[in-house]
Design a protein around this ligand. Structure first.
Ligand code: ADP
Length: 261
């Protein structure tokens, strides 16, 4: 628990730092891109400077993409919670997923029919699943498959997973499994740390999974990775089942809270 606390403190500090830098950097990059555009307007495509200027603009755009990730990472602190169905959220992303993974990787999506609802931030939860799919893709340079599955896990079944730190309760489980490279134990131990990456410079920021971790934690959920080198990786996200509170009880709770204040 102490370790988890230290981790979340660290992430908060990094989040604030990243947010501050990202904001300033964003202004600078907007200027770089804007002035490149102005230059391009005055250059003919066959001008030798045209290509150079395009190069500047493209790289500034790439940097802006990184900055957006940094901003997303630092903004994860403020969640807008709503009751939602994870299956619908995933279905709405399948076109994007297919585009992301390309033709050499196959995608399968499977939902339990009567999936429970969860309370989560729609945009952030999308970010979570997208991050997992992108990582899965990166782990399969020679192709393979990504399988996304959602299902209900009852309190009794939750206990059988034996995941450390996860209390037995009703959850909606989101599984993202790939047939990629897998991870060594050393890598698995560090994947949720900010800035930990095994990818080449410019390819990975090491912020994907720490962002994912932060969002899942703030949603009251749990995330675990099971991985085997050479076989693949399965990420499991457990989000608490949304418990419908009868109107009268909710009203009573609100009245009580008002009295307490
Ligand atoms: P990034 O993707 O920018 O490297 P992440 O935080 O998303 O940052 O991931 C951290 C590291 O975890 C990756 O660099 C990779 O080594 C490892 N990783 C994450 N997902 C997978 C996966 N599905 N298969 C294998 N390794 C993975």
């Amino acid at each position: 628990l102490e370790q988890q606390f230290a981790q979340s403190q660290k992430m908060q500090a990094v989040g604030q730092l990243a947010g501050g830098i990202a904001h300033d950097l964003n202004n600078i990059l907007t200027a770089v891109i804007g002035f490149s555009d102005l230059l391009l307007l005055n250059l003919r495509p066959n001008d030798p400077s045209f290509k150079d200027t395009m190069e500047i603009k493209q790289n500034a755009n790439r940097a802006a993409g990184l900055v957006r990730q940094l901003l997303a990472f630092s903004r994860r602190q403020t969640l807008r919670l709503e009751v939602l169905e994870v299956s619908l959220l995933v279905d709405d992303l399948t076109v994007l997923f297919k585009r992301l993974i390309g033709d050499s990787i196959s995608l399968s999506v499977d939902h339990e029919a009567e999936l429970w609802a969860v309370r989560a931030d729609h945009v952030q939860l999308e970010q979570v699943v997208i991050n997992l799919v992108v990582n899965a893709r990166d782990a399969m340079p020679d192709g393979g498959s990504v399988d996304i599955r959602t299902r209900n896990v009852t309190e009794a079944e939750a206990a059988t997973f034996n995941y450390r730190g996860m209390p037995a309760a009703d959850y909606v489980l989101i599984e993202v499994a790939d047939t990629g490279t897998g991870m060594s134990q050393e890598v698995q131990d560090k994947i949720f740390e900010p800035f930990f990456t095994t990818k080449d410079i410019g390819k990975g920021t090491g912020l994907g999974l720490s962002t994912v971790y932060g969002i899942v934690k703030q949603t009251g959920g749990f995330i675990y990775a099971d991985s085997e080198l050479g076989r693949g990786t399965t990420f499991r996200i457990f989000l608490p089942k949304y418990a419908h509170v009868p109107r009268e009880a909710a009203d009573r709770a609100i009245t009580q809270k008002a009295r307490d204040l």
